[in-house]
Ligand binder design. Structure first.
Ligand SMILES: [Zn+2]
Length: 351
């Protein structure tokens, strides 16, 4: 007989992020799987594809972003003994129809031009490369990870908690991209879940070091969304945009100040706006080793941050979908994998 872990992996082989999504109840709990996770007897769905890594003939190394971060995180989780490699749930690539739920056709057409892509990806050296190659090596992985965010949100609604080992492109807007972000994976996911009647309201908790200007602009168009954003005010993007709740930290903010602010603000935001789903954009560029921000957090402090956000949502029984967002330090993959393994240890029991 298949164990529940094997069944989760098997389920991942079946594409189920379309409209006719059907998923077996793995919880063996007639009262619902969210309660099962809270009791620690259910596995947290981890969404990942071997196609997440972004590599472009070595040129990607000119940007501090580690394009192989996703597979490194997956391997670290496997080394922890909490999952086997085949036990991650593999998503399908986001479809053009799904992209058009948020993006304009003009914007999607503009991505066929390498010069435009090079600007969004912050790497001028990519401009002379044929767009078909850039699409294959850079955009397609991002579209698969965007499919992963949709799938993660679905699993979160079903299980209470799910994690995408990728995604979180928060500088992307309806008609533009920037800061290495091309697709509105979170706004698209929320739109799909809303159309299917799975959610009415959603909160994005964004702790990536940069302000989530793109997603804030898109989601700010509706009162059904709430954007809570913790960012370094001294770095990109310029100028900052207006958001539902911005927590703008000054340059070189230390971990203790960061954590005490988060612990004060997040419960207050949840008192103010109680969403059907939280999407947690958990960037690792808050690390003091990160070259693109001035935050001074240690790996342990980032792990505390992630555990606090997830624990707060679970304590209030609000489903949470976590995605990885940015992170450009050599410690980024290690920091993410430690956060995820700590979350797994706290919220599930190995069977
Ligand atoms: Zn960032």
């Amino acid at each position: 007989m298949l164990s529940r872990r094997a069944l989760i992996a098997l389920t991942g082989l079946v594409s189920f992020y379309g409209i006719d999504f059907v998923m077996p109840d793995l919880s063996q709990d007639p009262d619902g799987s969210q309660a099962a996770i809270a009791q620690g007897n259910e596995l947290v769905p981890l969404i990942y594809s071997k196609h997440y890594d972004v590599t472009a003939f070595g040129l990607e190394k000119l940007h501090p972003f580690d394009g192989r971060k996703y597979s490194k995180v997956m391997r670290s989780i496997v080394q922890s003994g909490l999952r086997a490699e085949g036990e991650f749930i593999s998503p399908d690539e986001i479809t053009k129809e799904q992209l058009l739920l948020i993006h304009t056709p003009e914007y999607l057409r503009s991505l066929r031009h390498s010069v435009q892509l090079a600007k969004i990806l912050e790497q001028a050296a990519l401009a002379p490369i044929p767009h078909q190659l850039l699409d294959w090596r850079i955009l397609k992985p991002m579209r698969i990870a965007s499919g992963g965010t949709i799938l993660t949100c679905r699993w979160a609604m079903k299980k209470g908690l799910a994690i995408n080992v990728g995604g979180g492109y928060h500088h992307a807007e309806r008609n533009s991209g920037g800061g290495f972000c091309v697709y509105c994976d979170i706004p698209i996911s929320l739109e799909i879940l809303r159309r299917e009647g799975l959610i009415k309201t959603a909160m994005v908790v964004d702790t990536d070091a940069h302000q989530g200007n793109g997603f804030s602009n898109v989601l700010g168009e509706s009162d059904s969304n709430f954007y809570l954003d913790f960012f370094d005010e001294s770095i990109y993007p310029y100028p900052k945009v207006e958001e539902d709740w911005s927590v703008a930290f000054p340059a070189r903010t230390a971990g203790d100040k960061y954590l005490s602010t988060l612990e004060d603000v997040l419960p207050k935001a949840l008192d103010k706006f109680r969403p059907d789903l939280i999407v947690y954009n958990a960037g690792s560029d808050v690390l003091k080793s990160d070259p693109l921000s001035t935050f001074q957090l240690s790996i342990e402090e980032m792990n505390q941050r992630d555990l606090f956000v997830v624990s707060t949502a679970r304590a209030q029984n609000i489903p949470l979908a976590m995605v990885m967002a940015g992170g450009y330090s050599h410690e980024s993959a290690d920091a993410h994998s430690r956060s995820i393994t700590q979350i797994l240890k706290q919220f599930e029991q190995k069977t």
